[in-house]
Design a protein around this ligand. Structure first.
Ligand code: ADP
Length: 322
């Protein structure tokens, strides 16, 4: 029988719709905001980009440079001290990440009740929308996205940062259709082994088996990200996550039994290198999962074409590779 996750361990804020710290759906920021301090920057607010568990994102144009950024707005008057600390940790971790495939963090400031985080704008949304519109992606696109994702994650892991919430919805596309990993809300710094948290986190579909089992308090290591990389690769190739199910219980039970299959279909050929790549990530034994260093060298990337350039038209239409 399966153990139910303890309810207090459900960390994702999305799952608590009545949270008082959430920003109201109808809320609009002021038409223009000026950063406090000695070298103030003023941003005029544009369209709403999206909304997450705690944050709402808007476009913001710098009055000085006319450059457009993503402004993530979070209520600063956070009741629980814990959430505030968590948010600070997110910003501290994110501010140290500088990589072509990680959303660039520029600055953060607080005005009255709201904290504004200035991020590099990813105008093409996340992989979730692209995969939804396309059903599934072509092999050259998947190779391009996966090598960039693995490169970004490899960079984090080298700096002892585990993302812990890698999923298509947190992986954005920039103007040139390059991957930008975002949302460091659950990122943890691995340095202090004893301080590894054992909180249940991540979204059901992407969660690694060792997070579910309470056996031993090993906490998480960076291999939870490797698992998620496997889930993302499968989802891009097939259009749905590998352990897709109606209920969370069913997802967990499939995941623990490693029950997933490659549906064969005349228009969707999956080479064995791709299956092998996914299988190596979806290993129930986290110690046996490859490091990002190994993954970037995988045959999947060398045996077959990689999309070196990608037109944004591919967001909606399957490209024809000549
Ligand atoms: P939360 O941390 O509360 O989950 P997110 O970081 O997921 O918030 O942001 C909420 C939404 O804002 C995202 O789903 C996405 O649509 C949009 N968004 C976030 N960051 C960016 C960005 N850098 N560029 C464009 N849109 C973004």
């Amino acid at each position: 029988a399966m153990k139910k996750p303890r309810p207090e361990l459900k960390a994702r804020p999305e799952e608590k719709p009545s949270n008082p710290d959430r920003i109201d759906d109808k809320w609009r920021p002021p038409a223009s905001i000026t950063e406090p301090g000695s070298s103030p920057e003023t941003y005029s607010m544009g369209r709403k980009l999206g909304k997450g568990g705690f944050a709402v994102c808007f476009e913001g144009r710098s009055k000085r440079t006319a450059e457009i950024f993503a402004l993530k707005v979070v209520k600063a008057k956070v009741e629980q001290k814990k959430m505030l600390e968590k948010f600070r940790t997110e910003l501290q971790i994110h501010a140290k990440m500088h990589h072509p495939n990680i959303v660039e963090f520029l600055r953060a400031f607080t005005i009255e009740d709201y904290t504004y985080v200035v991020l590099q704008l990813c105008p093409h949304g996340s992989l979730t929308e692209m995969v939804k519109a396309r059903s599934c992606l072509s092999l050259p696109e998947v190779r391009r996205f996966m090598i960039q994702i693995c490169g970004g994650v490899k960079y984090m892991h080298k700096r002892s940062v585990i993302h812990r919430d890698l999923k298509m919805g947190n992986i954005f596309l920039d103007a040139h259709m390059n991957i930008k990993i975002g949302d460091f809300g659950l990122a943890a710094v691995m340095a202090d082994e004893q301080d590894r948290r054992t909180t249940l986190c991540g979204t059901p579909n992407y969660i690694a088996p060792e997070i579910l089992s309470k056996s031993g308090n090993r906490g998480h290591d960076n291999k939870v990200d490797t698992w998620a990389v496997g889930v993302i690769c499968y989802a891009m190739l097939m259009g749905t996550p590998p352990f897709q199910s109606k209920t969370q219980q069913e997802i967990y039970s499939k995941l623990r039994g490693l029950e997933y299959e490659w549906r064969v279909d005349s228009k969707n050929y999956i080479p064995h290198q791709a299956k092998d790549f996914v299988a190596s990530c979806l290993n129930l034994n986290s110690a046996e999962r490859p490091e990002m260093d190994d993954l970037v060298q995988h045959d999947f990337f060398t045996m077959g074409a990689i999309a070196e350039e990608l037109d944004p038209i591919c967001l909606k239409t399957t490209p024809t590779w000549l």
